[in-house]
Ligand binder design. Structure first.
Ligand SMILES: NCc1[nH]cc(CCC(=O)O)c1CC(=O)O
Length: 310
């Protein structure tokens, strides 16, 4: 029986979510052998300059080396955090499968006694390097001080134990997938922090001409997650924005009805443009594109440009 090589980054989160994927794949393909290969990316090597790479338009800093390994056939399937994957599809590659999404919300991890965003003391110091979180946090509570905290989940969790932060904000899915759900003090309501497009979801990327591998990956596709993510990413693409923009998007599905909410914020929280649309889930891509147009006509472009100059 052939062996399928699954590639990912070497971080705790990347490995945990790839093990999760491989377990699901094994259930579907018990005769196939899967092995995991870790790959170092530019983002792993050079965290300090992430923001400058983003400004230079280098969107693929978490994934470029992994995509190269796919194209070179040293791996067969790449597992990515969907929110890190640029909206433009890479030549020669396809997203073959989007497994069931974990909780998309951001979580608050507080220092001793700090258990919810609403109850934090005046002027509390919140760690996050995401412009989206900064914009929406400042809009919710202008008194909060938002302080950058870079690094992987471990580094950001350690920041709470230091005296420099009262709380940090992370993607809940990161804690869930590394068996640390209990460390989340609050799953922040999407009325306060709208998640990043694709947050909490994974993407299985394959070579576009490898039908056999695509079929292997597709066995764990989740149709509802797929529709939600398609709407959110079309919205992001329609805005002409990337994963480092102050943009939130969150789609939900009830029966055949998909509802998509989008926010674009000023980095200082002085303004947040919000809009919602809904329609048949089969129209998910059009719903995303329409919402982007709606928000561009309301001035979203100016806020996105403002964040790049920040
Ligand atoms: N940008 C880094 C990144 N990419 C995916 C996740 C978390 C898992 C996910 O959203 O699927 C994180 C960390 C974070 O935002 O806290």
């Amino acid at each position: 029986m052939r062996t399928v090589t699954v590639g990912t980054r070497g971080s705790t989160l990347a490995l945990s979510q790839t093990r999760w994927v491989v377990e699901r794949l094994k259930e579907q393909w018990p005769e196939t052998e899967f092995r995991i290969q870790t790959i170092t990316t530019k983002g792993d090597k050079n965290r300090a300059s992430l923001q400058s790479m983003a400004k230079a338009g280098d969107k693929g800093f978490w994934i470029k080396e992994i995509q190269d390994a796919l194209l070179a056939k040293s791996i067969d399937i790449a597992v990515h955090s969907l929110k890190d994957l640029p909206t433009e599809q890479t030549e020669g590659l396809d997203i073959a499968s989007i497994p069931k999404r974990a909780d998309a919300r951001d979580v608050l991890v507080g220092a001793e006694g700090f258990k919810s965003l609403a109850d934090l003391p005046q002027g509390a110091r919140i760690g996050t390097s995401s412009v989206r979180r900064r914009a929406f946090l400042k809009a919710f509570r202008p008194d909060l001080q938002v302080i950058p905290v870079r690094g992987n989940i471990e580094t950001r969790m350690a920041a709470v134990a230091s005296d420099d932060y009262d709380a940090v904000i992370l993607a809940g899915a990161g804690l869930i997938r590394t068996d640390q759900r209990h460390r989340a003090d609050e799953f922040v309501s999407t009325d306060i922090l709208l998640p990043a497009p694709g947050q909490g979801a994974l993407a299985l990327e394959v070579r576009a001409d490898d039908d056999l591998i695509a079929e292997v990956a597709y066995a764990i596709n989740d149709a509802v997650t797929d529709d939600r993510i398609t709407a959110e990413r079309e919205f992001l693409a329609g805005l002409g924005a990337g994963c480092l923009a102050p943009v939130g998007a969150f789609a939900t599905v009830k029966g055949d009805l998909l509802t998509l909410e989008g926010w674009v914020g000023a980095v200082d929280g002085s303004e947040v443009i919000k809009a919602t649309t809904s329609g048949d889930a089969s129209e998910c891509a059009d719903l995303g594109a329409e919402l982007a147009e709606d928000m561009l006509s309301q001035g979203a472009q100016r806020l996105i440009e403002m964040a790049k100059e920040d």
